[in-house]
Design a binder for this molecule. Structure first.
Ligand code: ATP
Ligand code: MG
Length: 316
C-alpha cells in the first residue's frame, strides 16, 4: 500500500513525506500528551534553482520569525514564494543560503512535527476517512488500538466522527479538507503548514472552515503558517500577516492584526484592515499581471490614450 500511496501523491506533484511526515519516532503505547507549538524562523534565506532556461531566483534574503503558538498568514501574488517557504519549513527543500530554524535547531529534513495541508485535500481515495487519518500512524507503527483512539479523537475534533467509514468521494469538499486537517494533526505536529487549504471551497463552506481552524488552533495552540490569496481570510485568521513580493520572492511587509477573537469576515474592522492590506499588495499583483500578460493587456482603470504597450512596466 505504501508504494501505491507514494506513486499516487507524487503523480500529483506532492511528496508523500509532505502528506504523512513519516520520519519514525518510537511507537507509543498510548496517546502521548499533546505537543504545543514551536517557533520557526527563516534567517536571510535565499533559494535559486537552475533550469533549462537558466538560473531562477525563487527567494531572496527572506527573513521571518514565527513565535510558538502564533498564527501567521502569508499573502502575496502568485510566484512570490509562499509555497516555497512552507516547503523549506517542512524540510522538503533546502535553502541556497541562509538558515531555516525550528525551535532551537535547524531544519534539515521533513518530520512528523511539521505537517502540511494542501489546497487539494490529497486524501487517499482508496481508504476510508478513518484509515486516511490513521495512515501516518501506521507508517510510524502505532499499535491498532492507539491508532483507533487517536483517529476517533481527531474525527470528533473536526466533527466528522459520523462519517469515519466514508471514502473521500462520498464526502463534500469541505469535509475532505477537514479530514485532511485531521490527518495532518494525527502525528501531533508542533507546526501546521497550510497552503491555500480553502481556496477550492465555496465562500460559505470557507467561512465555516475558517471558524473550525481558529477553534482547533485555540484548542491545540499549534503554530500555524497559513498561505492564502484571500486578504479577508488572512485578517480573520492571523495574529500577523506577512506580505510577500515577487521577482524574486521576498518579504515586503508585516502587519499585526490586533482584533479580538473569534473574528468574522463580515466584521467591519476586518473589512477595513483588509482593504488597507489589499491596497498595499495591489501594485505587486499588477506587476505580476503586466509581466505575465500578452502585449495587448492594459491594467484595469488604465485608459490613458496611446499605445497600451507603452504603459507596460510603468512604475515598476
Ligand atoms: N523547482 C522549481 N524550479 C523552477 N522554478 C520553481 C521551482 N519551484 C518554484 N519555482 C518558481 O518559484 C516561484 C515561487 O513559487 P511558489 O510556488 O513558492 O509561489 P507561490 O507564492 O506559492 O505562488 P502561488 O500563489 O501561485 O501558489 C515561482 O515563480 C515558481 O515558478
Ligand atoms: Mg503556492
Amino acid at each position: 500500500m505504501f508504494t501505491f500511496a507514494k506513486a499516487w501523491v507524487e503523480e500529483r506533484g506532492v511528496s508523500l513525506r509532505a502528506v504523512t511526515s513519516s520520519i519514525r519516532p518510537p511507537p507509543p503505547s498510548s496517546i502521548p500528551p499533546s505537543r504545543s507549538g514551536a517557533s520557526v524562523a527563516l534567517e536571510d534565506v535565499s533559494l535559486s534553482v537552475t533550469t533549462e532556461a537558466g538560473a531562477v531566483e525563487i527567494l531572496r534574503e527572506a527573513t521571518l520569525s514565527v513565535a510558538a503558538g502564533e498564527f501567521v498568514c502569508l499573502l502575496g501574488p502568485s510566484g512570490s514564494g509562499k509555497s516555497t517557504i512552507l516547503n523549506l519549513i517542512a524540510g522538503l527543500s533546502r535553502p541556497t543560503s541562509g538558515r531555516v530554524r525550528y525551535g532551537d535547531g535547524g531544519v534539515t529534513r521533513p518530520g512528523p512535527d511539521r505537517a502540511v495541508v494542501f489546497q487539494d485535500a490529497a486524501l487517499f481515495p482508496w481508504l476510508t476517512l478513518r484509515a486516511n487519518i490513521e495512515f501516518p500512524l501506521k507508517l510510524q507503527h502505532w499499535p491498532a488500538d492507539a491508532r483507533r483512539a487517536r483517529s476517533e479523537e481527531l474525527l470528533r475534533l473536526v466533527h466528522l466522527w459520523r462519517f469515519q467509514e466514508r471514502f473521500p468521494h462520498e464526502l463534500s469538499g469541505g469535509m475532505r479538507q477537514r479530514g485532511a486537517i485531521a490527518r495532518a494533526l494525527a502525528t501531533d505536529p508542533a507546526v501546521l503548514l497550510m497552503d491555500e487549504p480553502f481556496a477550492a471551497l465555496d465562500s460559505q463552506t470557507r467561512e465555516i472552515l475558517q471558524g473550525e481552524v481558529e477553534r482547533i488552533w485555540s484548542a491545540t495552540r499549534k503554530t500555524v503558517i497559513f498561505v492564502t490569496h484571500n486578504v479577508r481570510e488572512a485578517v480573520r485568521l492571523g495574529d500577523r500577516i506577512v506580505l510577500m513580493g515577487t521577482r524574486p520572492g521576498r518579504v515586503l511587509h508585516e502587519e499585526f492584526v490586533d482584533l479580538p477573537r473569534p473574528r468574522s469576515s463580515n466584521d467591519a474592522r476586518v473589512a477595513t484592515l483588509a482593504t488597507g492590506i489589499a491596497r498595499r499588495i495591489a501594485s505587486e499583483v499588477e506587476k505580476v499581471a503586466r509581466e505575465e500578460a500578452d502585449d495587448a493587456w492594459v491594467a484595469p482603470g488604465d485608459h490613458r490614450p496611446g499605445d497600451p504597450r507603452r504603459q507596460l512596466g510603468r512604475g515598476i
